[in-house]
Design a protein around this ligand. Structure first.
Ligand code: P5A
Length: 447
């Protein structure tokens, strides 16, 4: 993309309404625009990152064997009356009446609808296990929408639902989700810690929230500091293996890590004092096992091996896809702007032309641009007629991890400058070597 032709409405002033860094930076970098309280347009740069995050979520879900589908945002109230949640959900549910006077709602989650789909088609235990998921907009009429996309009213969520014959099988699905979530967040450059949590309106006996530690997080958390040393890394997991998923679950959940709802001072006191931490965290996902709560209420039975109908065991599993943009920025920024992890960056590399209109500089930039495109990488070329300082400030603000600076002086010596956004370190390289180095960095990302 050439910046002169892009739509990047960067703000010079710091917006007064934004209280935390990620909200401020998303507004300043022209990523989002608020249209109503807690409701945002995704401007091109924000939309690009949202799609990158969505793609990682899809890839990791499918790696774990989960099947994508797409359900609508609007739902009929009747389904929710069957589960009993139409009345229970309260003020957070946006209720709508259509022209025929029928009660509808903008879905805050999809347990009822997926259970309806399941019961309509699946009749035998032989069709299990099954996990279906989608990534779709949700609406929750939050009392205090705030912090930009972090607590929106309309937000983008991946929600998945497993159907199993037995509790044991459903717990394997639970563990499998835990493993796949660890991998998903790490690909986004995040450490998200599974913590024992509370089921809330979704319900459930087993539930973990995934939290990214950040001072601006809305949740209070308590944990054993050893947990932050754990890395999922690049290990290969057989998601069908009960033992392998169980082992990862045990590794990542055996140390003390709880949200304030489940925190227990007496148990926490058993952690050696020097390892006890209390901090704040951003909840980027949650997994639940809730047994037959919905299948019994809604008649989602299958014929078991003995020929008798049994309600299926279920769980649901959510990732806050739009919230993740805020969480990643909270975890990765400095006073100049965002620092995107390579896995989610909107453009792989920025090209800054220090002297637009200089024949050699223009030609060198064009050649770099084409080389990156030929390698399947996505460069952002700042080809505007602007001062170098302004170009650097924009690149720093929007946070591309790598920048190549091209100027007549360097070109005389056959070099351009490659700068790492995170460390600020620069090196002079030939244009060919600079392209190769950037290409190598992205080739090394697991995907
Ligand atoms: C699990 C999937 C559920 O809704 N039903 C389907 C279950 N879980 S949850 O924890 O309530 O939500 C899942 C994730 O969605 C994000 N989230 C939000 N993001 C932005 N704004 C909001 N108002 C909001 N509410 C929830 C969180 O990341 C949460 O973990």
């Amino acid at each position: 993309m050439r910046l002169s032709r892009y739509f990047l409405p960067v703000l010079k002033e710091t917006p007064a309404e934004a209280q935390i860094a990620s909200h401020r930076l998303m507004l300043r970098a022209g990523m989002i625009r608020q249209q109503a309280a807690g409701i945002y347009s995704w401007l091109p740069l924000g939309y690009k990152v949202l799609k990158k995050i969505e793609t990682i979520v899809h890839e990791e879900q499918q790696r774990a064997g989960h099947i994508p589908l797409l359900m609508p945002t609007l739902q009929s109230a009747d389904l929710w009356r069957e589960s009993g949640r139409y009345d229970d959900y309260g003020e957070e549910m946006l209720r709508i009446t259509d022209r025929h006077g029928r009660d509808m709602l903008y879905g805050p989650t999809n347990e009822e609808m997926i259970t309806d789909i399941f019961r309509s088609y699946v009749k035998s235990y032989k069709d299990l296990p099954l996990t279906l998921y989608h990534i779709q907009w949700k609406f929750r009429d939050e009392i205090r929408p705030r912090f930009g996309v972090m607590r929106g009213r309309e937000f983008y969520m991946k929600d998945g639902y497993n159907f199993d014959l037995t509790k044991e099988d459903a717990l394997h699905a639970y563990n499998r989700h835990l493993v796949s979530y660890l991998r998903t967040y790490e690909r986004m450059g995040l450490q998200a810690i599974p913590m024992r949590a509370d089921g809330g309106p979704i319900g459930g006996d087993y539930t973990h929230e995934f939290l990214v530690l950040a001072e601006t997080g809305e949740s209070e958390v308590f944990y054993d500091s050893e947990i932050t040393d754990l890395k999922f890394g690049s290990r290969e997991i057989d998601y069908d293996s009960v033992e392998q998923c169980q082992a990862v679950l045990e590794e990542f959940t055996s140390r003390y890590a709880r949200t304030d709802e489940t925190h227990d001072e007496a148990v926490f006191a058993e952690v050696p004092e020097e390892r006890r931490r209390s901090a704040r965290g951003i909840e980027v996902g949650q997994i639940f096992y809730f047994g037959t709560k919905y299948s019994e209420a809604m008649g989602a039975n299958v014929q078991g091996p003995d020929g008798k109908p049994v309600p299926v065991h279920m769980g649901s599993h959510g990732i806050g896809v739009s919230r993740l943009l805020g969480a990643i920025i909270e975890a990765s920024h400095d006073d100049k702007g965002i620092i995107w992890p390579e896995g989610v960056t909107p453009f792989h590399v920025g090209i800054v032309n220090l002297k637009q209109g200089d024949e050699e500089a223009d030609a060198a930039c064009e050649s770099l641009y084409k080389s990156f495109e030929a390698l399947g990488l996505d460069p952002l070329y700042d080809d505007r007629n602007e001062r170098a300082g302004g170009k650097f400030a924009t690149m720093d603000l929007i946070g591309l991890p790598w920048r190549i600076t091209v100027g007549p002086r360097g070109l005389k010596n056959g070099v351009v400058e490659l700068t790492c956004r995170r460390t600020g370190e620069s090196e002079e390289l030939s244009p060919v070597d600079a392209v190769e180095k950037v290409a190598m960095i992205y080739a090394g990302l697991k995907g």
